[in-house]
Write a protein that binds this ligand. Sequence first.
Ligand SMILES: *[C@@H]1O[C@H](CO)[C@@H](O)[C@H](O)[C@H]1NC(C)=O
Ligand SMILES: *[C@@H]1O[C@H](CO)[C@@H](O)[C@H](O)[C@H]1NC(C)=O
Ligand SMILES: *[C@@H]1O[C@H](CO)[C@@H](O)[C@H](O)[C@H]1NC(C)=O
Ligand SMILES: *[C@@H]1O[C@H](CO)[C@@H](O)[C@H](O)[C@H]1NC(C)=O
Length: 372
Amino acid sequence: MKFSIAAAVLTGLALVGNAVADCECGYSVNATDSEHYAVFTDLLESDFTSLSSITADTDWRPQEWKMDALKSRGQFGRSTEVENVISNPEKKKGSGIGKNGGEAGLELWARAPEAGDEHVRVGEVASSREDIIFASIRAGIKPTTVNGTCGAFFWYFNDTQEIDMELLSREFNQNKNLNLVLHSPLSLSNGGDASTTPTFQKVEIGFNPSDTFHEYRFDWTKEYVAFFIDGKRIAVFTQKEFIPSVPGKIILSHWSNGEPSWSAGPPAEDAKMVVSYVKAYFNSSDPDRQKKHQSRCKGADGPNTVCLIPDQLVPPRSDVATEQEGKPYFFSQDPLGDKVKGQLVYGNTAATKTGMSFLALAAGLGASMLLF
Ligand SMILES: *[C@@H]1O[C@H](CO)[C@@H](O)[C@H](O)[C@H]1NC(C)=O
Ligand SMILES: *[C@@H]1O[C@H](CO)[C@@H](O)[C@H](O)[C@H]1NC(C)=O
Ligand SMILES: *[C@@H]1O[C@H](CO)[C@@H](O)[C@H](O)[C@H]1NC(C)=O
Ligand SMILES: *[C@@H]1O[C@H](CO)[C@@H](O)[C@H](O)[C@H]1NC(C)=O
């Protein structure tokens, strides 16, 4: 979690008064077929195709933890290692090809175990922010072609407050190959197996996910959790008692424990899942962030105080020039103005070169700072 500093806040407020309205009141979704319209105050956007080091990115934390076979409920334990999270930024901007070869993005590896290994070595990354409560979260993901892993994109607080999209590579030759889950006390009482609960759904997606990048997305409000692929709504859960109600974090994980009914595997060769970006628009449980939103929004007027989040309606691509062709849109990269005022944004943005970075660094914020 990051903190701003009083001096920066005062400067920011002074500027807001003069500025043309640009997203001060938040970011909205409306891609549903109903009256659903949701506004979110905070933003986290990571373009992994241009990120040279995930360990330097203060928005993300590569994970390091170990779980034995018994606890992981598989034939193998899981050894989650920082070295299995690898940044592979574009060699040439706009090429989509990483400097290490292959698709540019963040690589999460699930390694083939060697003889005698008791754990499968895997990769996982979690957002630093754990104050995410209600959100629209999107990720460009190309899972592995190697049989026997689970590619998971989820929001997590604990084992009964969790929203999950899971891609099982063993199912990539089947039609129903996206698994959607809200974990609940019911799934916990089944030993973590949600498959017999009302908030589990296997969805027919009609393509092999490992062929190319697609945008996986879920929108979470008090009333529903809706799931999308490439902007198309594919499922919704509305059971109130299963909808998470506490703040948590975003996790991307590529894992295997050899358990035949879920991840299967372990993989016979090293398997790679590539994440080209994550974009999250969310509300914060942090009173400080809430207060900042209030003051930023109060000073703003004009038609664009709430910005509509563009839908990614085609598979995302890094090697094209326009959004129509699939180039993902980032508010934090918008050439037409500063659309991330007051947001905590890590990045190679203009602000890192201004006095703000000096202030931020002086306050010990590292590379993460408040932008105005
Ligand atoms: C959703 O927003 C669009 C504009 O982006 C608007 O045209 C449409 O009427 C809205 N639909 C609903 C159901 O709110
Ligand atoms: C998860 O958190 C919720 C909300 O605080 C709590 O009610 C529930 O008991 C927790 N579940 C577990 C498995 O700890
Ligand atoms: C993966 O292996 C399992 C077990 O051998 C098999 O049932 C399944 O069809 C395989 N899946 C793919 C995508 O090849
Ligand atoms: C997010 O917070 C804002 C400001 O408090 C509120 O207006 C909005 O309805 C909240 N969004 C959701 C989805 O709850």
